[in-house]
Write a protein that binds this ligand. Structure first.
Ligand code: SF4
Ligand code: SF4
Length: 324
């Protein structure tokens, strides 16, 4: 077998196989964990179906908070799917590959336009990560690698279809192999690419609104003595961004992670944040995060803030009874 066959067939088979296995593991883990947690909490089947329907609209929850960015992301992903599937050159290759389906290709001019639009988005996302301070500080190396590896097959494919590499030594004869290799790299990267939810410790006040709005219990609170911890289980997360939309402090973020070991981390509970609870001035019960009370204190000064809701109701009832 020569190098050309290795790149065209063996590597491509391997890349698809890795991607399919990765998808199967993720879907299997999600179903297992979700059905288990739904059974523990005695949730009806329609709840599972509603949560699953959201899998097809990831990030829908962030539409109201970052509408332009979310719409651009959706358009970018549409370009990523449409170009490789509806490009006439690829359809011929699929058939040569043994896939006996036929579908109508989009005109080449449309594909060229969508490729350029996709590349334009990729450039915008890359520059945005570098230029905007808030995004740069929470970006990881994976975020940059992801954009570059995703853009490369589109760039090389465009150069190939336009004959831009003609006359350039090495590229002239090897552009097709480079294009296939970059597409294979993108498929393998997609197999090991994960999105994860993060909470910024300097912003979070521990109010647990994010956990209340999470449809799959991917984020859950736990209270032990005077500590409140928010745990995250990645295999349950459907990336709906409800937590981002709900957080009153803008403390929730999503970032990319790349790596084989992430599969094992998916099923373990990770602690995202831990806050200390304040004791009620009347009954001594730990009832609300200190950071949240400090924030409330600025708006509602006075010493009534440090009283839990049960004591507050009890005190009001006593006052009413006295008055009667
Ligand atoms: S953790 Fe956030 S993004 Fe993930 S499922 Fe829950 S609400 Fe949606
Ligand atoms: S991340 Fe936001 S919503 Fe969740 S506990 Fe912290 S402040 Fe509340």
């Amino acid at each position: 077998m020569n190098l050309d066959e290795l790149i065209r067939y063996t590597f491509l088979d391997l890349a698809f196989l890795i991607l399919l296995v990765s998808l199967a593991i993720r879907i299997g883990l999600f179903f297992y964990s979700f059905i288990k947690s739904a059974a523990e909490k005695d949730r009806p089947l329609k709840y599972l179906l509603a949560a699953l329907s959201r899998l097809f609209f990831p990030l829908y929850g962030s539409v109201s908070k970052r509408p332009v960015y979310t719409i651009l992301r959706y358009l970018f992903h549409i370009c990523l799917i449409v170009v490789p599937i509806w490009y006439s050159g690829h359809i011929i290759l699929w058939q040569a590959y043994g896939i006996d389906w036929e579908w109508t290709a989009l005109p080449d001019e449309w594909i060229d336009a969508l490729t350029l639009i996709g590349l334009g988005f990729a450039l915008c996302f890359f520059v945005r990560r570098i230029v905007i301070n808030d995004i740069r500080t929470c970006s990881t190396k994976s975020d940059y690698v992801l954009i570059v590896v995703t853009a490369l097959p589109f760039l090389t494919g465009y150069a190939l279809s336009q004959g831009s590499a003609e006359g350039i030594p090495f590229l002239d004869t090897h552009m097709e192999a480079i294009h296939i290799l970059t597409a294979e790299a993108m498929l393998v990267m997609a197999a090991f690419l994960f999105l994860k939810v993060k909470i910024k410790a300097d912003r979070c006040v521990g109010c647990i609104s994010c956990t209340l709005m999470c449809p799959t219990d991917a984020v859950v609170p736990e209270e032990i003595a005077k500590q409140r911890t928010i745990h995250y289980m990645q295999c349950l997360c459907i990336y709906c961004a409800n937590c981002i939309r709900t957080c009153p402090e803008d403390a929730v973020q999503m970032s990319h992670e790349l790596g084989v070991l992430r599969f094992f981390k998916m099923i373990s509970k990770r602690s995202l944040i831990c806050v200390e609870l304040a004791a009620c001035d009347c009954c001594g019960r730990f009832f609300a995060p200190i950071s949240q009370l400090e924030k409330l204190q600025k708006t509602y000064p006075g010493n009534h803030i440090n009283i839990c809701t049960i004591c507050r109701k009890r005190n009001s009832a006593r006052k009413i009874l006295k008055w009667e």
